[in-house]
Write a protein that binds this ligand. Structure first.
Ligand code: LLP
Length: 402
């Protein structure tokens, strides 16, 4: 049992707490599912990019799936070997491509023909060879929230099969490009296996037709997306997931690359917030807390559910909106949530907050970002201090003409 009261007392609220042992067990479970096959787990840094989290996975042999050069730098800094780093994203700036080529990472994941040409030009100008993969958009509906669905042609991600084929042919003929992988990622928080299997089949068929053109790819990158339980979702077991993918690869000798984010960190994380006040507007009950949408935006943005634990509170529960101090009606952490009567300084713990929680935070309303704490083998340690007012204004202050 985690002593949340002691943590809130010591580190204050709002606060993120991550169970590093749970993260490790999730990593091991997924690794185990691919055991005996050539595989690389490349942690999707965006899910939780705290340096200590990235280092935690690096120590277990994880690679890193990065979507900005900033994330690539984080991965390198935390000891992820360059040959386990992937750089994805629909819009890479020239400087980012240059730095990725110089860093000699495993491959750059290219998402358009125009981007392929930029990478080719940049690599040629440096007299280097850039290893690339192409992100294929298999046009499959992943059956998840529209904001985190990425595998349909209506989404901005990847390229269709025909374009992908053309891009591989171009890459094979370009002296400054080496096509080494193929990638797809159809969405996040996936709870259905069939869209994943179907996408893998489509992409594996493309790999076979490329092999017929003497374009031999080594990495079959299945993206991330494995869903977790926030409420009552039926999730996909790692073993079923791995088997579904591997079954599409018959006859192909490839390393499976997987980019899990949420699966590794979501349910390791807790967001701690303290009650400021109870209030009513007519019949409507609000519990006003010190955490807000700038700390955890998932409820506001996706209507996401996070289980709320009103620690140690008993008594009859009635529905309340749990809201923060931010000046937006969209600032809520939960809607119509059954809670007993709350008092000033009572603690609420929001669960499953380890992925896309802190990282999507902002300084909106001049609120400093929360502190982050790691729990490992019974010990709690600070891994990010609370952001101060001075830090928030640091980049503006010099421009004040007094
Ligand atoms: N690989 C690629 C190319 C991705 O775009 C993503 C996530 C991942 C891997 C990791 O996906 P995961 O295993 O975490 O599902 N902010 C949203 C989720 C956005 C996901 C973006 N891409 C949320 O809070 O639900």
């Amino acid at each position: 049992m985690i002593d949340f009261h002691a943590l809130a007392e010591k580190f204050e609220t709002p606060l993120y707490v991550y169970d590093f042992d749970y993260m490790a067990s999730q990593f091991e479970a997924l690794k185990e599912a691919f055991r005996g096959r050539k595989s690389l787990l490349a942690y999707a840094v965006k899910a939780n990019s705290n340096l200590s989290v990235v280092r935690h996975f690096a120590k277990m042999g994880s690679g890193a799936d990065c979507v900005s050069i900033g994330e690539v730098r984080r991965a390198l800094m935390c000891g992820v070997p360059k040959y386990r780093i992937i750089f994805s994203g629909v819009g890479k700036r020239d400087e980012e491509i240059v730095e990725a080529i110089d860093a000699d990472i495993l491959y750059i994941n290219v998402e358009s023909e125009a981007e392929l040409m930029r990478v080719e030009t940049i690599a040629a100008s440096k007299n280097k060879v850039a290893r690339i993969s192409v992100r294929v958009n298999p046009n499959i509906d992943p059956q998840t929230h529209p904001y985190i669905s990425t595998g349909l042609h209506a989404n901005k991600f990847g390229v269709d099969l025909e374009s992908a084929k053309r891009m591989y042919i171009r890459a094979k003929n370009a002296p400054s490009l080496e096509p080494v992988g193929i990638h797809f990622h159809i969405g996040s928080q996936l709870t259905q296996l069939s869209p994943i299997r179907e996408s893998a089949e489509i992409v594996a068929d493309l790999v076979r037709s490329l092999a017929a053109l003497k374009i031999e790819l080594k990495f079959f990158d299945i993206g991330g997306g494995l869903g977790v339980r926030y409420k009552e979702e039926q999730t996909i077991a790692p073993y079923e997931y791995a088997q579904a993918i591997l079954s599409t690869l018959t006859g192909l000798d490839m390393t499976v690359v997987c980019e899990p984010g949420r699966f590794l960190t979501a349910n390791a994380g807790y967001f701690l917030t303290k009650v400021l006040y109870e209030k009513r507007n007519g019949d409507k009950r609000f519990v006003v807390v010190d955490g807000a949408m700038n700390d955890l935006i998932r409820p506001s943005l996706y209507n996401a559910y996070h289980h709320v634990n009103a620690l140690g509170k008993t008594g009859e529960a009635s529905a309340a909106d749990i809201v923060g101090p931010v000046c937006e009606s969209g600032d809520f952490l939960a809607k119509s949530y059954p809670l007993p009567m709350m008092a000033h300084n009572d603690l609420l713990v929001l669960e499953s907050a380890g992925a896309y929680g802190f990282g999507m935070g902002s300084n909106y309303n001049t609120r400093g970002r929360s502190a982050e704490v790691a729990l490992e083998r019974g010990e709690a340690r600070l891994i990010r201090r609370r952001e101060s007012y001075e830090e928030i204004i640091a980049n503006e202050k010099e421009f004040l003409e007094l």
